[in-house]
Write a protein that binds this ligand. Sequence first.
Ligand SMILES: [Zn+2]
Length: 70
Amino acid sequence: MTGLGDNIKCPQCGGAARVVWVSEDKKTLAVRCTRYHSQMSPPPTKFGAHAQTKTKKGMVFLVTRTEKKQ
Ligand SMILES: [Zn+2]
């Protein structure tokens, strides 16, 4: 059972990530990746040609459990 503080795979890059939050029903996890992620979805602006790709470390993702194992 995955619990708070456990190391799991990042849902985005498959790298090392850590569980930082678990919902009460334990179906949703928040994981913080230890790698750098590029932010590929800049907000639309008039200056699209200048869109920057930033990398950010420590991004947090929500993961919803789908397995039905008891
Ligand atoms: Zn990652």
